[in-house]
Ligand binder design. Structure first.
Ligand code: FES
Length: 191
């Protein structure tokens, strides 16, 4: 029997596309695209961070500090005795035409002390002096107590309350507290 000459060609019937394979390749393409975009996003974020740091380095850090010399009003605005300036955390004392300023900041951990009016004046010995007290300062946080001149006498406060210099502003006659200048307990401004 003779074999037919020539090439045999295997003809397979064309198969219909497999939807699973197509969906798989489509999802891997979209995953690739997603990863490319992620990479680009990270690159841009890094670049932006560098540019921001560079631009920021061109400007110095500016600290906005509160002024340390503060006008607090005219002498006649203050009543006789102690006046508490809450936002300044200061007590201003007036004895007729003399004035002085005592800080309300506790020297332990910085709470605001309260002025306590004594029911009757009492004599206390502070150092070498005997003084008559009509008020004291008590700290509500850990119980420190100060005499009327700011000297600490009970609780954990390590030192007296600060006294600050008072001046009169030449331009308008207001009292000025200088928080940069501490003064002794014998300081008095006479106006
Ligand atoms: S902060 Fe005043 S006693 Fe502690």
């Amino acid at each position: 029997m003779k074999k037919a000459k020539g090439h045999h060609r295997l003809v397979t019937p064309s198969e219909p596309p497999n939807p699973d394979i197509e969906a798989g390749s489509a999802s891997s393409a979209s995953r690739r695209l997603f990863l490319q975009r992620m990479g680009l996003g990270a690159l841009l974020a890094g670049l932006f961070g560098h540019v921001y740091a560079w631009v920021r380095s061109l400007f110095p850090n500016v600290l906005y500090e509160e002024p340390r010399r503060i006008k607090i009003g005219r002498p006649e605005d203050f009543a006789e005795g102690g006046t508490f300036l809450e936002e300044r955390r200061l007590f201003i004392f007036r004895e007729r035409n003399t004035f002085y300023a005592i800080s309300a900041t506790c020297t332990h951990l910085g709470c605001t002390v309260k002025m306590i009016l004594l029911p009757q004046p009492k004599r206390v010995r502070i150092g070498e002096q005997t003084k008559e007290e009509r008020y004291e300062f008590h700290c509500p946080c850990h119980g420190s107590k100060y005499y009327g001149d700011g000297t600490n006498y009970a609780g954990p406060a390590p030192r007296p309350l600060a006294w600050y210099k008072l001046e009169v502003a030449p331009e308008d006659g207001q009292l000025v507290v200088n928080l940069d200048e501490s003064v002794g307990q014998d300081f008095r401004l006479t106006v």
